[in-house]
Design a protein around this ligand. Structure first.
Ligand SMILES: NC(=O)C1=CN([C@@H]2O[C@H](COP(=O)(O)OP(=O)(O)OC[C@H]3O[C@@H](n4cnc5c(N)ncnc54)[C@H](O)[C@@H]3O)[C@@H](O)[C@H]2O)C=CC1
Ligand SMILES: CC(C)CC(=O)C(=O)O
Length: 364
């Protein structure tokens, strides 16, 4: 990959490589756009096959955060970090402290939180070195783990999608295929099970599958079989790019609605879903609950206020479906236009985010 060519093409601001030999830290912070405010996005720890794969993931995820934060009405830009390593084996305190110091060095241009492979405990360690971290323990005045709130937002967005596809937003009796039953999806399954949905689950982690089968009377299938099952809704809740050339022809679902970031392998796959009449709930709209919740910390966390905002995901999804129908465009494009319009409307009055010296995080 020609990095500057890629950055120029999608207009990225900054890419930061962080290395600490002592702790084994190898992290990449990608800042896509800070027109609306400091870049807020989580830190993913994952075993990448190559450095190039890690860079590409950081870049794609950061751009997604720009759109997510803009579409959610937050005054925040988009960024994301990936740490190269196995979250089950390679973590240590020094690693997250070193990473915290790198974040501090960015002086507020980037604020982090959890993502795949990182936890509240990791954020607490980062917090030893910097205030620019959210999703830390509630005892510190923070909102804690964002995953259950992300799950609640996905649940609301899924109901809105069901209304569009089936004329009724009830999920009772609907068969929902859930890919990945990790932090977000486990909470999501709780809502779905409570409402009377029938669940089919898969995960590469057998323990996660067993837990979901036991708790929700779910049917388990092998990871690759999830695309072939008879279901009403496919909920991608693992990693990205699972809606692709190989999987779309196999999907029986009328709706794609889940928590994963970057669900479409490319925009072409959003076009294909549109042509096939499959309702796609744009990933960054439906999974914005977590970032809405942690962003509320920047004003001094208020759970009622944050959850009220998360509830608006239902209406945002319906609004995007409405625009898509009105303009006869795929739903991902309708969402992109909504986000881009918001960014453009402030771009002229403000170019790059600069910390103005007082930040509410430092007063927690
Ligand atoms: N945690 C949050 O608040 C938010 C998470 N997301 C996104 O939602 C997705 C899930 O996030 P979390 O639940 O936090 O992560 P997690 O790591 O707790 O869960 C992901 C699960 O997917 C499984 N998995 C990975 N590859 C798989 C495959 N090929 N087939 C089946 N299962 C597979 C993992 O074993 C794990 O159990 C990610 O894409 C994340 O970026 C998006 C917004 C917020
Ligand atoms: C985990 C969230 C709090 C932020 C994020 O990175 C996301 O929404 O993908």
């Amino acid at each position: 990959m020609e990095i500057f060519t890629y950055m120029e093409k999608y207009d990225y601001e900054q890419l930061v490589f962080c290395q600490d030999k002592n702790s084994g830290l190898k992290a990449i912070i990608a800042i896509h756009d800070t027109t609306l405010g400091p870049a807020l996005g989580g830190t993913r720890m994952w075993t990448y096959n190559s450095e190039e794969e890690a860079i590409e993931d950081a870049l794609r995820l950061a751009k997604g955060m720009t759109y997510k934060n803009a579409a959610a009405g937050l005054n925040l830009g988009g960024g994301k970090t990936v740490i190269i390593g196995d979250p089950r084996k390679d973590k240590n305190t020094e690693m997250f402290r070193a990473f915290g110091r790198y974040i501090q060095g960015l002086n507020g241009r980037y604020i982090t939180a959890e993502d795949v492979g990182t936890t509240v405990e990791d954020m607490d360690i980062i917090h030893m070195e910097t205030d620019f971290v959210t999703g830390i323990s509630p005892e510190s005045g923070s909102s804690g783990n964002p995953s259950p709130v992300t799950a609640y937002g996905v649940y609301k967005g899924m109901k809105a999608s069901a209304l569009e596809a089936f004329g009724d937003d009830s999920l009772e009796g609907k068969t929902i295929a859930v890919q990945g039953v990790g932090n977000v999806a486990y909470s999501l399954c709780e809502y779905l099970h409570k409402e009377g949905a029938k669940l089919i689950v898969t995960d590469i982690n057998k323990a996660a599958v067993d837990r979901a089968v036991k708790a929700f009377d779910a049917r388990a299938v092998d990871p690759d079989d999830i695309y072939d099952v008879d279901c009403d809704i496919y909920a991608p809740c693992a990693l990205g790019a699972t809606v692709n050339d190989n999987t779309i022809p196999r999907l029986k679902a009328k709706v794609v609605a889940g928590s994963a970031n970057n669900q479409l392998a490319s925009t072409i796959h959003g076009d294909i879903l549109h042509e096939k009449g499959i309702i796609y709930a744009p990933d960054y709209l439906i999974n914005a609950g977590g970032v809405i919740n942690v962003a509320d910390e920047l004003n001094g966390y208020n759970e009622t206020r944050a959850m009220k905002k998360v509830d608006t995901i239902y209406d945002s999804i319906l609004k995007v479906f409405e625009i898509a129908k009105r303009d006869n465009i795929p739903t991902y494009l309708a969402a992109d236009r909504m986000a881009e319009e918001r960014i453009e409307s402030v771009r002229n009055s403000r170019s790059q985010f600069l910390l103005n010296g007082h930040h509410t995080l430092s007063r927690r």
